[in-house]
Structure formats: C-alpha cells, structure tokens
Design a protein around this ligand. Structure first.
Ligand code: NAI
Ligand code: MG
Length: 360
C-alpha cells in the first residue's frame, strides 16, 4: 500500500464548483490505479455565499484548519456581481499564497495533442517548457506612497524589493527544475538595460547560481524581446524564470501560445514543504458560463496532475496527463464547447477517468 496524502479541497465560486469535482474524480481514479491513498476534506469558504453570510471570505482560524494538509486543491474565486474582485482575491487566495509562503508560481507551457496552437504550424513537441515566477516580492511590494495628493506636485512612488533570500530561492527552484529536464536549459528574464539597479542585481544572482549548476545551460533575454520570442520561437525554451512582474506576464503569454484558457494549470508552491502548496487552474470562475455544466475541466484535471507530481506520485501524475492527451487527440464530440465539442463538464471528466483506468 502506498502513501496517504491529505488534501484540502476548496471549490470556490462559479465553475470552480463544477470543475473541482471532476478533478477529484480523476484523482480518486489515479489513487486506485497507482495504489496510494488520498484523504480529501472539503471546505466551503472562499466563495460569495460564505461572504454574504459572514462578511468575509475566510473564517478566523483558516490557517490552523489548512496548515496540516499536504496540498490544497483549489477551483477559482470571484463573483463580481456580489463581491468586488479585490475583496474576494485578497480575502482568500492571496492570503493562502502569502501565509503559506508559496513563493513559486509554476506554469507548464505545453502544447498537447489535439489542441490547435494560435501560433501557425506549431505541433506538440514544439512547445514544452515551464514558466517559474517569483510570487512574494519584486515589483509587487507595498513599499511606497503618495505626497501632495490632489495638487500640482502630486507624487507617487512604488519600490521594487529584491532580497538575496527571495531571489536566490526562486533561482534555485528553477535551476533544480532545469536539471531534471532532458534539455537542462534555463532562461532568465531581465531588463538590466532599463532598470539599472534591481535587474543587474538579479543578473548577478543568476550568474552566481549558475556556477553551482555546471550541467545547466543558461541564457537571458530582456523581457521585451523575450515576450516576442515566446511567440516567434517557443521551441527555444525549457525553463524560464522571472521576477514577480515579468513572471506574471510570461505566465499568461506562455499558456496563451498553447491553446484555450480552459486547459491551463498552475501550482503555487512552497518547495520546502513547510506549508501546503496550492494547485489550481489558470482560469477564473467564469460567471458567463457558470451553472450550465459546460466548463472545460481539463485545467483543473491537469492541476491535479501537477499536485501529484509535487506529492511524489510521479507515475500517477504522468498517467493523468497521458489520459488527457489521449482524449484530446481523439477530439470531436467528447470535448467541451470551448474546444468545439458538445460534451458536458462531467462527460469529459468521465472520458478521462475511463482512459486513465484503461476500462475503454
Ligand atoms: P475567467 O477565466 O473566469 O473567464 C474568461 C473567459 O474564459 C470567459 O469567457 C469564460 O467563460 C472562459 N473560460 C474560463 N474558464 C473556462 C473553462 N474552464 N471552460 C470554458 N471556458 C472558460 O476570467 P474573468 O472573466 O476575467 O474573471 C471572472 C472571475 O474570476 C472574476 O471574479 C475574477 O476575479 C476571477 N478570477 C479568479 C482567478 C483565480 O481564482 N485564480 C483567476 C482569474 C480570475
Ligand atoms: Mg496573471
């Protein structure tokens, strides 16, 4: 009998409530196929109904409730009709990211079979890399302020904060990841020509870290041409690491180069495992299609695969991704409407389970 992993399940709002059960279904199938145990506990907060009842997104003791879990399997939060987006996001997801020190935001950029890339002529195998984003400091600091507000001398400032600890730990994660990959290639996003203090510092730390990874090939691009090269030459990349702002932009651009938002997954990771990491699809709660049972569950299911990878269930993680790839490659009516099919959310989830467990 394999390991037992304790998973906190938080569906959130909108289609989060529809795609999370599909993710759980696939995880349960993976556990029985690959012989390990998942112990799920569901939490019905971080959603608009909870906010309507309690005037806040989370209970006071959320940290104590969640800190003992091995991972958090999250759907999406946001219901702008009743809760302003900054309230729902800062009141839940961003609390998890900060208090659980999930300093790595990890997004695979992989063109799967059966998915048409918006980049003409690209096929599966051409695009297969990771974006690693620093998730706690950098440009997204609250250091700064305003003076002379409302006068002609109105002045605003906001500082970038880079700490050696913060920069080195994200670089170490990215280099370690590169080392596990066949190409062993790391690309750093910089802008040391324009941002003349913090970005040269970032470059210096990349050089220092590179000296400890002699088998990893390293290059760097300024962020402007790097963005262009994501589109022109996505086959150049293997692991791309960037500061909070640069990583934010690249981690939307990358997945956009590989098809629909409905399939893109992400991890918010605390690599030392002092706290639970959180896995969620890239997309939000999609109020425009919520409640109709037509949301694409693949972003959630691929996030489940990333979670199992993090938990050390490597075979099961690969098994899920293979099953998703096989169902996508068959295409046709078994896909959801966003991919041109007619399937329901649950129908596509079932199809992936059948593929995974080999009952077809
Ligand atoms: P969104 O990702 O929810 O939707 C954008 C568009 O993509 C919509 O037309 C939607 O129908 C479509 N879409 C998204 N996921 C899909 C899926 N699985 N299958 C088929 N179509 C899909 O982004 P939007 O509309 O900007 O935000 C809606 C709410 O979600 C807001 O409250 C926002 O704050 C929140 N949000 C939450 C995130 C999170 O929890 N991490 C991330 C992004 C947005
Ligand atoms: Mg973003």
């Amino acid at each position: 009998m394999g390991h037992t992993h304790r998973i906190a399940v938080i569906p959130g709002d909108g289609i989060g409530k529809e795609v999370v059960p599909e993710g759980v279904k696939v995880l349960e199938a993976a556990a029985s196929t690959f012989d390990f145990t998942l112990d799920f506990e569901r939490f019905d907060y971080a959603n608009a109904e909870y906010y309507a009842q309690h005037g806040k997104m989370l209970p006071e003791n959320w940290f104590d409730q969640l800190v003992g879990f091995d991972s958090i399997f999250f759907g999406a939060v946001g219901w702008p009709d009743t809760v302003p987006d900054h309230v729902s996001l800062w009141g839940s997801l961003l609390q998890f990211r900060r208090h659980f020190d999930q300093y790595v935001s990890l997004r695979p950029v992989k063109l799967l079979p059966g998915v048409t890339s918006p980049l003409v002529g690209r096929e599966p195998g051409d695009i297969d890399f990771y974006v690693v984003r620093e998730n706690t400091e950098g440009e997204y600091s609250s250091v700064g302020g305003k003076i002379f507000e409302g006068t002609e001398r109105e002045t605003v400032m906001q500082e970038t904060v880079m700490t050696r600890t913060g920069v080195d730990r994200i670089l170490k994660y990215a280099f370690d990841l590169a080392q596990t990959r066949p190409k062993k290639h790391l690309t750093s996003a910089t802008k040391s020509n324009g941002i003349s203090i913090s970005m040269p510092y970032w470059d210096t730390r990349v050089e220092a870290m590179a000296a400890r990874y002699e088998d990893v090939r390293v290059d760097k691009f300024h962020i402007d041409i790097l963005a262009a090269n994501f589109v022109l030459h996505p086959d150049w990349f293997d692991v791309v690491v960037g500061s909070n702002l640069f990583g934010d932009i690249l981690s939307d651009l990358g997945p956009a180069c590989t098809g629909t938002i409905g399939i893109a997954p992400s991890g918010n990771i605390n690599p030392e495992r002092r706290f639970p990491s959180l896995f969620e699809p890239v997309h939000g709660s999609a109020p425009d299609i919520a409640g109709r049972g037509i949301a694409n569950p693949i972003g959630q299911i691929w996030s489940a695969s990333m979670m199992l990878e993090h938990l050390g269930e490597t075979e099961a993680a690969a098994g899920i991704l293979d099953a998703v790839g096989a169902v996508l490659a068959r295409g046709g009516a078994s896909l959801t409407p966003d991919m041109g099919g007619q399937a329901t959310t649950a129908g596509l989830g079932d199809e992936i389970v059948t593929q995974l467990t080999g009952e077809s």
